[in-house]
Design a protein around this ligand. Structure first.
Ligand code: HEM
Length: 131
C-alpha cells in the first residue's frame, strides 16, 4: 500500500468542464463517427477542432478529488460498466450509494490526479466510511 500522504495543498486544480473532457474516449468515438458521415468541409474542420478538446483518459470526481480510473476500472470488483457510467462527472453519490469498504477507499489514493478548483468541502472525506 502506498503510504505517501497526499499533498492536498499542491494538487493540480481542474474545473468540472476539464474533468468532463476526460470521459475515457467516449466523445472522441462520437466525433470520429460523425467525421465518417460528414461531408461539409467547414463542419468537418469544426469536428476536427473539437476532437482536440477531449482526452481518452478516464476521470471522475469524488468529494472534490479528481480520480484517474483509466487503468483501475478494468480491475473494479463490480465491473467496468458501473465505473464507465460515471466518467467525466461527479461520481460522489454513485460511489456512496453502494457499500465501499475502507480498503476500497484506500485504493483511491494512488489514483488522485488533482482537485476541483474552488471546492470548499473536506478533501479527505472519500477515505472514511459514510455511516
Ligand atoms: C476509483 C473508485 C472506486 C474504487 C477504488 C472502487 C473499489 C471497489 C471495491 C474494492 C469493491 C469491493 C467491495 C469493497 O471492498 O468495498 C467495490 C464494489 C463495488 N463498487 Fe466500487 N469502486 C470505485 C468506484 C465505484 C463507482 C463510481 C461505482 C458506481 C456505481 C461503484 C460501484 C460498486 C459496486 C456496485 C460494488 C459492489 C458492491 C457490492 O457487491 O455490494 N464503484 N468497489
Amino acid at each position: 500500500m502506498d503510504s505517501t500522504p497526499i499533498d492536498y495543498e499542491n494538487l493540480r486544480e481542474y474545473t468540472m468542464l476539464e474533468v468532463g473532457r476526460h470521459d475515457g474516449g467516449a466523445m472522441i468515438s462520437t466525433l470520429k463517427l460523425s467525421l465518417d458521415v460528414e461531408t461539409n468541409p467547414s463542419r468537418r474542420a469544426d469536428i476536427l477542432d473539437e476532437l482536440n478538446n477531449y482526452s481518452d483518459r478516464a476521470w471522475f470526481v469524488i468529494y472534490g478529488l479528481v480520480i484517474d480510473v483509466t487503468d483501475f476500472r478494468k480491475r473494479h470488483p463490480a465491473g467496468e460498466y458501473v465505473i464507465n457510467n460515471c466518467l467525466g462527472k461527479n461520481a460522489t453519490e454513485d460511489f456512496e450509494d453502494v457499500y465501499h469498504s475502507i480498503r476500497a477507499r484506500s485504493l483511491l489514493k494512488p489514483l488522485v490526479v488533482g482537485k476541483i478548483k474552488g471546492y470548499d468541502g473536506d478533501l479527505t472525506r472519500a477515505f472514511r466510511r459514510s455511516d
